[in-house]
Design a protein around this ligand. Structure first.
Ligand code: SAM
Length: 219
């Protein structure tokens, strides 16, 4: 079912206004949220709730992030249309489609094979064409580095070194870092080959970043 009706568009406009009230300021990010039909990334049972500002289950113990979180992280990326951006944690593919509204150069990697296959099919059906990969995104995508921006949509225990190394000088990594219960959003900028600066922002609660430079293997 690919219908995007007048009613859906109305609910999306209301969601955009809610995000604006909650502090999202970048009009390009708000416009991107207004364009992506979030209900198409949900299982049928949750579709009626798609325009609430909440995270929802997408299967495999994972979630589609809350729209506020998606907008907040996207705003921090300060994407330019020429930027190459890497997303770690494709999940439902929703964030990936928001990024595609801002740059055509989107790379996204998902660890869970079931989610990867489902989301790759969904995005192809929707006619969206990011570069999708299945594997341990805590190690980045060295074969496609460097990236202007890297976005991690799962909570890491520490800053993954491979991701820092794959940033272009002047580029930024947006990543929640903390323990299992809460993580601080960090914006890390690569100032030179060897120097990084970091800004500590709001607290969030994400599912864990698995893998070698994350919390380790699943289960
Ligand atoms: N961005 C997603 C969306 O728009 O639906 C939401 C992401 S969900 C909060 C976090 C995702 O990160 C999950 O799909 C999970 O399987 C994935 N993940 C966890 N560890 C990973 C890793 N090491 N590499 C790639 N993906 C990972």
């Amino acid at each position: 079912m690919h219908a995007d009706t007048y009613r859906h568009r109305g609910m999306r406009r209301a969601l955009v206004e809610e995000l604006r009230r909650k502090g999202i300021r970048d009009e390009r990010v708000l416009a991107a949220v207004g364009l992506v039909p979030r209900h198409l990334f949900f299982d049928a049972a949750f579709q009626p709730h798609a325009y609430q500002d909440k995270a929802f289950p997408i299967g495999e113990g994972q979630t589609i992030s809350q729209p506020y979180t998606v907008a907040y992280q996207t705003e921090l990326l300060q994407l330019r249309p020429t930027d190459r951006v890497l997303e770690i944690g494709t999940g439902s593919g929703y964030q990936c489609c928001v990024l595609l509204e801002l740059t055509p150069h989107v790379f996204s990697i998902e660890y869970n094979q079931v989610l990867f296959a489902r989301t790759a099919r969904r995005l192809a059906d929707m006619g969206r064409a990011p570069h999708l990969f299945c594997g341990d995104g805590s190690l980045g995508l060295p074969q496609h580095a460097p990236f202007d921006k890297i976005l991690v949509t799962a909570g890491a225990p520490v800053l993954p070194r491979p991701l820092l190394r794959q940033l272009r000088v002047g580029g930024a990594l947006i990543i929640p870092v903390g323990d299992e219960t809460s993580q601080r959003m960090l914006r890390v900028v690569r100032e030179s080959e060897e120097e990084f600066s970091r800004q500590e922002l709001e607290e969030f609660r994400f599912v864990p970043l698995l893998g070698q430079a994350g919390w380790g293997q699943a289960g």
